[in-house]
Each structure stands twice: as structure tokens, then as C-alpha cells.
Design a protein around this ligand. Structure first.
Ligand SMILES: Cc1cc2nc3c(=O)[nH]c(=O)nc-3n(C[C@H](O)[C@H](O)[C@H](O)COP(=O)(O)OP(=O)(O)OC[C@H]3O[C@@H](n4cnc5c(N)ncnc54)[C@H](O)[C@@H]3O)c2cc1C
Ligand SMILES: NC(=O)c1ccc[n+]([C@@H]2O[C@H](COP(=O)([O-])OP(=O)(O)OC[C@H]3O[C@@H](n4cnc5c(N)ncnc54)[C@H](O)[C@@H]3O)[C@@H](O)[C@H]2O)c1
Length: 480
């Protein structure tokens, strides 16, 4: 049995822990798939490369309102796919692997390419990808950075058909004529835009009456309205049975209109993600998960047993499991790359500086949905702020009310800001429309650094006539 000072499971954000400060330690790095994890290989980066391409492909459909008539002549799917994967992503993943396996910087690092699972406290068995003999290893410290995977709902017949998830749909051999997307969250919204813009007839099947339901209600409502004008959106629709037929996949659904059938060439299942704690058998390692399967960690990213999850995402009141740490999707309810990276830096610091632990900062975690339109958000929704009994001022500024919005002829986008009247501080910001993710950043900054609304609005210049005037005008409406 080999013993290590440090074992890291997963090469997503976990791979960034190892720098020169770890050169004196004997390290095991375990990965069962491609180096770089979800974000690089099947997540943020390839999807956003596709979204940008889709934005360009969608331009002709929007240009005539400006008096410019354009046409989309052709979409070369295999060129798009290969530009993203063969020319970029796969090379970065291979480079990352080669660096850890062969570079002198990593002489202290043993890479295990295989599937790890706990066989005891601080003890793991790794079944190698090449089918060879499993190795058992132990470590003084273990970092779980093993992420999650697409969850597949228990629907009759689904397991027997050739459905896709976000792991596979970006590498399709050819563009299908039609695609059904099951789900109405982040992944469904982004891929509906991507494939519809590239010419695929997209049907989106949502269980509830709105898309992006976790957003502020006004944003979700506006997004749903716009989506219904762009894609075939089936709301309040339950999927009862799935089957393969000659032309593709058939869904038997039930909606307020009664039972029905949806047929398409390709089915994409986008119904959330499951943390990989079960596959790692964390219980055998003496570790505990919550009801969602997330590993329990405290604010310092230390594994704990017992305790309860607080509003900041960390578990309070648990007993620390010494030497076991976790970061990212395996323990984080946020499931976002910038959160995984933040937690990675916290774990890295705490491994190097055990006498001066730092806590993760989950106060103002933003997110963006890169669909059409974009949605970006930080802090509380109006519903959450009111439920907390906060005395809030609410501002709503349309893109159509600022000069750059006139230039864009935007008629649907808006920014909605919420401020606490008692503190003068922003408590939430929600934007739906072009460049929402970029427009949100100064508001994240203001909230993170405690800058009051009044100071933010009038303590600086706002470039005229730029898109950020959307934010300036919204701030000026706030009574806080
Ligand atoms: C389609 C899609 C789009 C996304 N877009 C965005 C976005 O735009 N912005 C954003 O912030 N977030 C986005 N995310 C979320 C983001 O990708 C994740 O939050 C982030 O990648 C999590 O990083 P991680 O290091 O925790 O886990 P991962 O990156 O998943 O890394 C875990 C690694 O552990 C390995 N592993 C797992 N189990 C084992 C085992 N038993 N043995 C050995 N190895 C194992 C896996 O192979 C994997 O390489 C997206 C996700 C998806 C699916
Ligand atoms: N831009 C980004 O930051 C980005 C992009 C993609 C994914 N992600 C991350 O990945 C995570 C997973 O994305 P996602 O879209 O799969 O999850 P999600 O939680 O955003 O949405 C899941 C959707 O599936 C639906 N659903 C669940 N079970 C169902 C069932 N049995 N039948 C029909 N519908 C069902 C839910 O109602 C919901 O609409 C997100 O939570 C997000 O954190 C982030």
C-alpha cells in the first residue's frame, strides 16, 4: 500500500492546488477521465464557445429591425465542433495531463488514471482505466474535488433510448433536424439557444409553468415569454414515457391540454446534476453527505459530520474530520466554476497554512445564464428579500430607456435592482438582456466591498452613451 502526504481526487479545480509550495510533499493526483474536469471538457468553456457562435448565427434574424437585411447562408457543424474540441479543448486537456505526468515540476506527483473510491478512513482504492490491478493508497490529507455528473430522471423507457446529456451533445456527429430538451434550468436554456440558432427545431419540455424558475420571478417570466417566441416551449408538461422510433425519440407527455406525443431526432436530458459522493463511497471513508448528496464541509472547506447547512452554503456545528477537505461541485450547492475555483484557493491556503485558516466567502455569489437573452444575477430575488422582511427599494430600468438600448432597438431587456432602505446597500441585482453577465460585475463589486448605492451612482463617471448607463439609471431610481 502506498502512502502519500496529500491525495487529490479530480483534476477540475482540484488540479490548480498544486504549485511550488507543494513540491516538498509526496502527492497523488487521481483522475478517471480527461484532465481539466467538467468546465474545460464538457461544461463552461465549450458551451460558451458554442453560445458565441450561436449569437453570431442568430444575428441575421435580428438585423432587419435595424434596416440591415442579412441571411445565414450555412452552418458548418463539424467545423464548429472541431474548432472547439479538436483544435482547442482536447489539446488543453492533453497538455494538462502531460504536464502532471512528465514535467520535472511534478516529480513529486504520482498520477493515478482511474476510478477512486474510499475503502476506509483516509484510504482509497483506484481501479485503473486500463483495466489493470487496483491500487490501494492512503494519505495524511485528502482533497475531494470529484465534482458531479448529469442526473437522469426515473422515467419509463428513458434508460433504454439513446439520449444525450451535456456530456455528449456538444460532440454530435451531425446537427439533427430536431431536438427535444427535457428540463428548464441553466443547461436547457443555454443549449436551446445554441441549437435553435444553428437551425435545429428545438422543443423544450418544462415540468412547471416557467423557465429558469430559480431566478427573480419577473426575470423568469420575461425569459419564458421570450423563449416561447423563439422555441417550441411546453410548460406544465410531465414526461410519462420515452421510446425510440425509426426517426429518433418519442416522448409521451401529459400537459393541461391532455396527453400528447413529442417526436424529435435527438433528446437532451438537462435535469440537474448529482454530486459524485456516491460513486466515491464517501461513507466508507467516514464522511457524510446532506440530502442532496453533497459532501458536508464547514466554512474552511473541512469535511464535517453532523451539523446543518447555513445560508452561506457551509455546514455549521459539525465535527471536523481531520485532514479531509472538499471543494467545488462535490460539496457546493452553487455548482459554479467561479465558486469551485474560489474554494480551491481556500483549500490551497489552508493546506499550506494550517495555523491560519481562511474561510470561503459565499456572501455574494453571482451567476449568469448564457442563453438568448442572457440572464445574470447576484444576491436576493425580490421574493427572497420580502420573505426576509427587508424594507427594500426596487428599481427597474429597461434597456429600451437608455441611449445604447435605442441603438440596439432592444424592447425586452431590463435591470432590476433591490436595495435595503435601512443600510443604503444593494441586496440583489438581476439583469436580462444583452451583455447581462458583464453589466452585473460592478454591482457584484459594490456588494462585495460594501459600497452604498448613492456613492456607486454618483461617485464615479459612467461612460456616455454606453450600455452600463442601464445600471447608472437603475441605481438613480433607488430610494436608499
Ligand atoms: C454544460 C455545463 C455548462 C456549465 N457552464 C458554466 C458556466 O458558464 N459558468 C460556471 O460558473 N459554471 C458552469 N458550469 C458548472 C461548472 O462546470 C462546475 O461548477 C465546475 O466545473 C465544477 O468544478 P469541480 O472542480 O468541482 O468538478 P469537476 O470539474 O467536475 O472535476 C471533477 C473531476 O473529478 C473526476 N472524478 C470524479 N469522480 C472520480 C473518481 N471516483 N475517481 C477519479 N476521478 C474522479 C472527474 O472525472 C472530473 O475530472 C457548467 C456545467 C455544465 C455541465
Ligand atoms: N452558465 C452557468 O453558470 C451554467 C451553465 C450550465 C450549467 N451550470 C450549472 O450546472 C448545474 C446543472 O444545470 P441544469 O440545467 O441541469 O440544472 P438546473 O438545476 O438549473 O435545472 C434543472 C431543471 O430540470 C428540471 N427537472 C428536474 N427533474 C426533472 C424531471 N424529472 N423531469 C423534468 N424536468 C426535471 C428542473 O425543474 C429544472 O428546470 C446548474 O445548477 C448550474 O449551477 C451553470
Amino acid at each position: 500500500m502506498q502512502h502519500f502526504d496529500l491525495i487529490i481526487i479530480g483534476t477540475g479545480s482540484g488540479n490548480s492546488i498544486l504549485d511550488e509550495r507543494f513540491r516538498g510533499r509526496k502527492v497523488a493526483l487521481i483522475e478517471r477521465d480527461k484532465f481539466g474536469g467538467t468546465c474545460l471538457n464538457v461544461g463552461c468553456i465549450p458551451t460558451k464557445m458554442l453560445v458565441y457562435t450561436a449569437d453570431v448565427a442568430a444575428t441575421p434574424s435580428r438585423s432587419s429591425r435595424l434596416g440591415v437585411d442579412e441571411t445565414l447562408d450555412n452552418v458548418r457543424w463539424s467545423d464548429i465542433r472541431d474548432r472547439i474540441f479538436a483544435d482547442r479543448i482536447d489539446q488543453i486537456a492533453a497538455g494538462g495531463r502531460d504536464y502532471r505526468l512528465n514535467h520535472e515540476d511534478n516529480a513529486n506527483v504520482t498520477v493515478f488514471e482511474g476510478d477512486a473510491r474510499f475503502t476506509g478512513p483516509k484510504q482509497l482504492t483506484v481501479a485503473p482505466n486500463d483495466g489493470g490491478t487496483a491500487t490501494t493508497i492512503t494519505g495524511d490529507e485528502i482533497v475531494l474535488a470529484a465534482g458531479g455528473r448529469p442526473s437522469v430522471p426515473d422515467i419509463e423507457g428513458l434508460a433504454d433510448v439513446d439520449f444525450h446529456t451535456s456530456d455528449t451533445v456538444m460532440r454530435l456527429e451531425r446537427l439533427p433536424a430536431s431536438m427535444t430538451i427535457l428540463g428548464s434550468g441553466f443547461i436547457a436554456a443555454e443549449f436551446a439557444h445554441v441549437f435553435a440558432a444553428l437551425g435545429v427545431a428545438v422543443t423544450l419540455v418544462a415540468r412547471s409553468g416557467a423557465l429558469l424558475r430559480a431566478q427573480d420571478a419577473e426575470v423568469s417570466e420575461r425569459f419564458t415569454e421570450i423563449a416561447r417566441g423563439s422555441w417550441d416551449v411546453r410548460l406544465n408538461t410531465a414526461t410519462r414515457k420515452v421510446e425510440q422510433y425509426d426517426g429518433g425519440i418519442r416522448l409521451h407527455v401529459e400537459s393541461p391540454d391532455g396527453p400528447g406525443v413529442i417526436e424529435s431526432e435527438v433528446l437532451l436530458v438537462a435535469t440537474g446534476r448529482t454530486p459524485n459522493t456516491d460513486q466515491l463511497d464517501v461513507a466508507a471513508g467516514g464522511l457524510e453527505t446532506d440530502e442532496a448528496g453533497l459532501l458536508k464541509v464547514d466554512e474552511f472547506q473541512r469535511a464535517v459530520v453532523g451539523g446543518t447547512r447555513g445560508e452561506n452554503g457551509a455546514v455549521a456545528g459539525g465535527a471536523v474530520v481531520p485532514g479531509v477537505w472538499a471543494l467545488g461541485d462535490i460539496c457546493s450547492p452553487y455548482q459554479l466554476k467561479h465558486v469551485a475555483n474560489h474554494e480551491q484557493r481556500v483549500v490551497q491556503h489552508n493546506l499550506v497554512t494550517p495555523d491560519a485558516l481562511v474561510a470561503s466567502d459565499h456572501r455574494f455569489v453571482p451567476h449568469a445564464v448564457f442563453s438568448s437573452p442572457q440572464v445574470a444575477s447576484v444576491g436576493l430575488t425580490e421574493e427572497q428579500a420580502r420573505a426576509r422582511g427587508l424594507e427594500i427599494s426596487v428599481a427597474r430600468q429597461d434597456y429600451g430607456g437608455i441611449a445604447y438600448g435605442w441603438a440596439m432597438e432592444d424592447t425586452t431587456g431590463f435591470a432590476k435592482l433591490l436595495a435595503d432602505k435601512n443600510t443604503g446597500m444593494l441586496v440583489g441585482a438581476h439583469i436580462i438582456g444583452p451583455q447581462a453577465s458583464s453589466l452585473l460585475q460592478p454591482l457584484i463589486q459594490a456588494m462585495s466591498f460594501g459600497q452604498p448605492v448613492k456613492n456607486l451612482a454618483r461617485g464615479q463617471y459612467w461612460i456616455h452613451p454606453s450600455l452600463p448607463e442601464l445600471i447608472e439609471n437603475a441605481l438613480l431610481q433607488l430610494d436608499a
